[in-house]
Design a protein around this ligand. Structure first.
Ligand code: FES
Length: 131
């Protein structure tokens, strides 16, 4: 589609399509995050959604350093200060708003974003970020 944004998350096997329902907005704590798993084996797709007030952000749960999940415990994606997303494997820090790595072994690289939006109180994968 002309003018459509590039959506590299769709290059991952098992990536769910636009419209896939993730959870109710109320299940996401303010300044919190929640992980979601789809498929299995070679089609396993691991992602997470972050909420900061009225804003939502979502990323593939795949650190650009060594391609491990970020969360060292389920749904633990933030550093202690809740200022950045943290990869629990080697400590890389990522900006919440764009997934850019600001410190750690993959500084300068970024997480793969996933567009999400809220419709009728439900968080869904979208074609564009309109949260
Ligand atoms: S795997 Fe994330 S910082 Fe190394």
């Amino acid at each position: 589609m002309p003018g459509a944004p590039d959506m590299p998350y769709l290059r991952y096997p098992g990536a769910p399509p636009a419209g896939t329902q993730l959870c109710h907005l109320d299940e996401l704590p303010d300044t919190g995050a929640k992980g979601f798993l789809f498929g299995g084996d070679v089609n396993r797709f691991d992602m997470f959604v972050v909420r900061q007030g009225d804003r939502l952000y979502a990323y593939v749960n795949d650190c650009p350093h060594a391609h491990t999940p970020l969360d060292y415990m389920p749904d633990r994606f933030f550093n202690l200060e809740k200022s950045h997303l943290l990869c629990g494997t080697h400590g890389a820090l990522f900006r919440v708003q764009d997934g850019h790595c600001v410190a750690g072994p993959c500084k300068g690289r970024r997480l793969t974003p996933i567009p999400v939006h809220v419709a009728e109180g439900m968080v869904r994968i979208g074609k564009f970020n309109v949260s």
